[in-house]
Design a binder for this molecule. Structure first.
Ligand code: GCO
Ligand code: MG
Length: 403
């Protein structure tokens, strides 16, 4: 047993901003937790520094559950992305410490490995169908068994998920939000064409995914799901915004294309109705945005009862600390589906040395004790925080839309 001696937030921008919590115990163990919320990094830093850390010092580091409950139930203004990312960072850092104290990789504490590796999907994207297919072939050559396909939409200057950088993607591209233009009418026919071309070029022995990024109405999403059925997508993601969860019933009534939702969810309460009513197939909550390992475990257990599998968010804005923790979770969780893996820049990888590695389409968390991700603080200090915001989206007539 050991008390928490210190805790502090480290902000760094090795290619993009990351908010990281470092906790140290009186017996000299340290643990790291990711607290990054893209475009709101300082808000989580303040929540941690001004409100949580003062109440954390002196607590027993091994009482992870009690500390989680203290900050969740103890926050009268509970839930929400900032609060839950801050709680997640504490939780992840404490699991890291507990596993280090036990002398084991974190997955062993969760219940041990349920599989030999964690199947990940990468992002093939391009301005045209041909470019996207060429990228997808490159991912196949790298060994990927699952690939997300995003392609440019003729007539639109830019599209979600299509970027110049091919292995990672950073949409937070300016201090104030960039304004993008969207047209559902132009977008809808491009995706079935893309999947048809992809099946022709890549065959059937590969999982193909697509992210709609919250942009369709329920009936438009139902149409897309139906149109994609012949190409057997692994999933379509965030087909419609999830505030009104009944929307998914409408989509479900029309299509057997599997649905994935949840990267912007913070708690099991956001997932509960979708899971219990079997309106989705994959739950995309992730360690940093959904309360850490402790809370992800609750979500996964609920999902398991209803045949819903995990498919955690793993974009570039989730730090290697989140990725490391997520991989231990994925290696253990019985109802695992897939893990998103958008790579990080070389600078990010250098700031966060990690034990996880990629081989034959799988990631493995490695055998280092804890979650296996550390931070080089001297190097981190060379990359100071830079304001960056996610874009916003307007229809062609100027109406605000979902990005
Ligand atoms: C995904 C996501 C990301 C988000 C990004 C926002 O499926 O990977 O939709 O690309 O847009 O994480 O910060
Ligand atoms: Mg997404």
């Amino acid at each position: 047993m050991a008390r928490i001696k210190s805790a502090r937030v480290i902000l760094t921008c090795p290619g993009r901003n990351f908010t990281t919590l470092k906790i140290e115990t009186e017996d000299g163990l340290t643990g790291l937790g990711d607290a990054t919320v893209n475009g709101r990094e300082l808000a989580v830093a303040s929540y941690l520094t001004d409100h949580m850390i003062p109440a954390l010092i002196g607590r027993e580091a091994h009482q992870i559950e009690d500390i989680w409950q203290y900050f969740y139930r103890g926050a009268y203004w509970r839930r929400g992305p900032i609060t839950m990312a801050a709680i997640a960072a504490v939780d992840t850092a404490l699991w890291d410490i507990k596993a280090k104290a036990a002398g084991m990789p974190l997955y062993q504490l969760l219940g041990g490995a349920s599989r030999t590796g964690v199947m990940v999907y990468g992002h093939a994207n391009g301005g045209t169908l041909d470019e996207t297919i060429a990228e997808a072939r490159r991912y196949r050559e790298m060994g990927y068994k699952a690939i997300r396909l995003q392609t440019g939409v003729p007539g639109l200057a830019s599209t979600y998920g299509v970027s110049g950088d091919k292995l990672f993607y950073e949409p937070a591209d300016a201090a104030l939000p960039t304004e993008n233009v969207w047209s559902t009418v132009k977008y809808l026919p491009t995706v079935p064409r893309l999947f048809e071309a992809a099946r022709e070029a890549l065959g059937w022995d590969v999982h193909l995914l697509h992210d709609v990024h919250h942009r369709l109405t329920p009936i438009e999403a139902a149409r897309l799901g139906k149109d994609l059925e012949p190409y057997r997508p692994f999933w379509i993601e965030d087909p419609t915004p999830a505030e009104n969860q009944e929307s998914f019933r409408l989509i479900r009534q029309h299509t057997t294309t599997p649905l994935a939702v949840g990267e912007v969810f913070n708690t099991v309460w956001d997932c509960k109705d979708l899971i219990q009513n079997q309106l989705i197939d994959y739950i995309r909550t992730t360690v940093v945005h959904a309360g850490g390992i402790s809370h992800m475990r609750r979500i996964a257990h609920l999902a398991e009862l209803y045949g819903v599998r995990t498919g955690s968010h793993g974009a570039t804005d989730l730090s290697p600390v989140c990725m490391g923790a997520a991989l231990h979770f994925d290696l253990w969780v019985p109802n695992f589906g897939v893990q998103e893996y958008m790579r990080h820049t070389a600078e990010t990888d250098a700031v966060f040395p990690h034990a996880y590695s990629f081989k034959d389409g799988d990631l493995h968390p490695g055998e280092a004790v804890g979650h296996g991700v550390e931070i080089d603080e001297a190097l981190a200090a060379q990359f100071p925080y830079r304001p960056a915001s996610l874009p916003v989206n307007r229809l062609e007539d100027g109406t605000m839309h979902n990005w």
